[in-house]
Design a protein around this ligand. Structure first.
Ligand code: ADP
Ligand code: MG
Length: 684
């Protein structure tokens, strides 16, 4: 079979299994092979109860000290038993497994493995796995891949399907030239794919992973650098010489631009009025005021009779930009016509928007990916802006640019990547830094606390609301889940309403329809909602300056960059703002990580500290959400591989810019195939 074959050609995949696989995004044999483990379970040395660390997965050898008991609360049955090894006693609990009661007996010896917790209530372990001495010894030698799965498919069956696919895959030529593989010590692709799924030991897994990460970075870099070559030295086709509206807009802002904003705006203006096209990245921490720079540039386009577009990664953010742009234009008395284009518009509204864009009845088009749909035809698109660029694929930026005849490009990102990495990742762009916060902002006050702090936190929320402010509470889940123990938006909002009667508390999450989401967000913006209990849908860009508290439940479940983004939703106005990180893990390591945020409000500093703490060995730690979304590689942990891929990319393009020679033929084919596969990236 081939990679492009439908998944149903695999042995053991009937229509039912195929459906489950499709839900996981697996349509073809190639998708199956590229569905690599999210992590590996390793079975470590057995420890005593005394030595076992709280919050860590561990294995303990001992015996049952009591007969198991089944306890009922409502519909839920728990089985509990006491287990010990002479150095201490652990209470084991299983949910919905009442039959265990008859299988386990007092005095039986086993090895139990699970996450051990120490608390006021003693030492506990939930849902432990049980092993005999022999079973455990056999497991200890292996790495067990763990896959992101949905539905009823078991890991065992998934592995079987994979094995079958790997064994009957048609051989195909290796696509990286031999010389490159030797220079960077990379295994063949086929070997890498095989070993990432079925590693015999950690070393095999790591070499496999390195090859796949290298590929991922290389393809990305080849993409942006070839594009850069094509665009470089393109002539600026547009006349941006009129700029009287700029003064009017700046006068209406109600604040003075910061020094950094002025400098960056100057750089943008020089690009727009210069002889060649602009390709510029604005990097600036959350809240540094990037939006107004985009609006200034777009206003310049409008004044000169040209069109501009700004693409945001979420509907919520697009709607917010639309509202703030139109409000400011009205206030300044500028005749700039904006139109909003998102996926949730009614068909008739969308048609209207298309007509307005094509007939140039709209100067500025604000929206989501809907901007790059085929049906959108611009009249003379001279400037495209992508906000929160790291949330988009590079191709989406290109697609938007392709809507115009060589438009100027401005991309904005709050990703705090160290400069050396930024130069590699955004090598196709000139970089401007907004490295100054607006004056009058007070630094956000932070605290990292455990769940016992909640009553005090709620009291604090009430006081802030009574003072006329608003608050966000973030939960990792939308509703209860069997897979993950963490707070969920729906139950939490109920709980909070009970604790804080009389306050307007509403929810926001990704399962709501876009229209509902927008309506909720507007109500929050208007102050009709006082506390918004939300998932991370508010992570990027949302701007409600009256909100002064950000409270994050299960903070231990998020990456630091993501937490920093979330925190950036407050501290946007004059009032003192607060961020409360609730750490429910009871784990010292997690707490140290969160303390970094407690101590600093600077995104760049946080990124550097985070890297130091995790060390480059932590390959499957919490992913740095908020960075360019690579599926396997992580720009921080795999920084060395990224540098190597960058070097390799330069070398390849120097040999053969168009990749037409025999040596690079297989590589060129692979690129074409992968591009065809590229999924639409963000969908919140
Ligand atoms: P980000 O860089 O995160 O996109 P925004 O552009 O959303 O930040 O700006 C955050 C807030 O700061 C907005 O309310 C904006 O109006 C305000 N702001 C921007 N520049 C200044 C400034 N120079 N002085 C005061 N407030 C500003
Ligand atoms: Mg922004």
């Amino acid at each position: 079979m081939r990679e492009s074959d439908d998944i149903t050609v695999c042995r053991g995949v009937g229509e039912k299994t195929a459906q489950t696989l499709r839900k996981m995004g697996i349509e073809t044999v190639g998708d199956l092979l590229r569905h690599i483990p999210v992590r590996y379970d390793t079975f470590g040395e057995i420890v005593s109860v005394e030595e076992a660390e709280s919050g860590q997965i561990c294995a303990i050898r001992g015996e049952f000290l009591s007969a198991p008991q089944n306890l009922r609360t409502g519909k839920l049955v728990r089985t509990i038993v006491s287990f010990g090894d002479g150095t201490g006693t652990v209470r084991l609990t299983w949910f919905r497994m009442p039959y265990l009661k008859n299988m386990l007996h007092r005095g039986d010896r086993r090895i139990v493995r699970g996450k051990l917790m120490r608390s006021r209530y003693g030492i506990t372990m939930e849902q432990p796995k049980l092993f005999t001495e022999e079973e455990y010894a056999a497991r200890q030698k292996t790495l067990q891949p763990v896959y992101a799965m949905t539905g009823t498919l078991s890991a065992k069956i998934f592995s079987k399907i994979l094995r079958g696919a790997l064994d009957s895959l048609e051989p195909r030529p290796e696509f990286l030239p031999e010389s490159l593989r030797v220079r960077y010590d990379l295994v063949e692709w086929k070997t890498a794919i095989e070993r990432i799924h079925f590693p015999r030991d950690e070393k095999e897994m790591l070499t496999a992973r390195r090859r796949l990460v290298f590929d991922e970075f290389l393809f990305f870099l080849l993409g942006i650098r070839r594009w850069k070559e094509q665009r470089e030295e393109r002539h600026n086709l547009y006349d941006f010489s009129r700029h009287s509206w700029e003064e009017q807009l700046r006068a209406g802002l109600g604040y003075e631009l910061t020094g950094a904003q002025k400098r960056v705006w100057q750089e943008i203006r020089e690009d727009l009025e210069g002889p060649t096209l602009m390709n510029r990245l604005i990097q600036g921490d959350v809240g540094s005021g990037k939006t107004v720079l985009a609006q200034l540039a777009l206003t310049a386009a409008a004044e000169n009779g040209l069109q501009g577009a700004i693409m945001a990664p979420t509907e919520v953010l697009a709607a917010q930009h639309y509202a703030s742009f139109t409000e400011l234009y009205a206030r300044c008395g500028l005749p700039v016509r904006c139109v909003l284009l998102t996926g949730s518009l009614k068909a008739s509204e969308r048609r209207q928007a298309y007509v307005a864009i094509e007939n140039h009845e709209a100067d500025i088009v604000i929206g989501t990916h809907a901007l790059i749909q085929e049906k959108v035809v611009y009249d003379n698109l001279a400037l495209v802006v992508t906000d929160e660029q790291h949330r988009f694929g590079v191709h989406q930026r290109e697609e938007l640019a392709a809507k115009g005849q060589e438009p100027h490009i401005l991309v904005m990102s709050a990703t705090p990547s160290p400069r050396t990495l930024a130069i590699i990742l955004y090598g196709d762009l000139d970089i401007s830094l907004v490295d100054e916060m607006p004056v009058g902002r007070r630094p956000i006050k932070n605290c990292v606390v455990d769940t016992t702090f909640r009553p005090k936190a709620y009291e604090f929320l009430r006081k802030q609301v009574e003072a006329g402010h608003q608050a966000y509470v973030i939960c990792p889940l939308v509703e209860t889940s069997e897979e993950m123990e963490a707070e969920n938006v729906l139950d939490y909002a109920e709980k909070l309403r009970a604790s804080l009667p009389g306050l307007q508390i509403e929810t926001l999450h990704g399962r709501m329809r876009p229209r509902e989401k927008n309506a909720r967000m507007e109500a929050f913006q208007a102050g009709d909602i006082q506390i918004l209990v939300s998932t991370t849908v508010v992570e990027v860009g949302v701007n409600v300056p009256n909100a002064t508290v950000m409270m994050i439940e299960n903070a231990e479940r998020f990456g630091l960059a993501q937490l920093h983004q979330l925190r950036g939703r407050v501290g946007r106005g004059q009032a003192q703002s607060y961020c409360i990180f609730i750490d429910a893990s009871g784990d010292a390591e997690q707490n140290r990580r969160l303390q970094i945020l407690g101590k600093s409000n600077d995104g760049f500093e946080i990124a550097a500290e985070d890297l130091k703490l995790r060390g480059p060995g932590d390959l499957f730690g919490i992913r740095q959400s908020g960075n360019l979304e690579f599926t396997i590689g992580d720009i921080y942990n795999d920084a060395q591989t990224l540098k190597e891929a960058s070097e390799a990319c330069d070398w390849i393009l120097k040999q053969d810019l168009d990749l037409t020679s025999k040596e690079f033929g297989p590589l060129a084919r692979e690129i074409t195939q992968r591009r065809a596969l590229e999924p639409g990236q963000v969908n919140l």
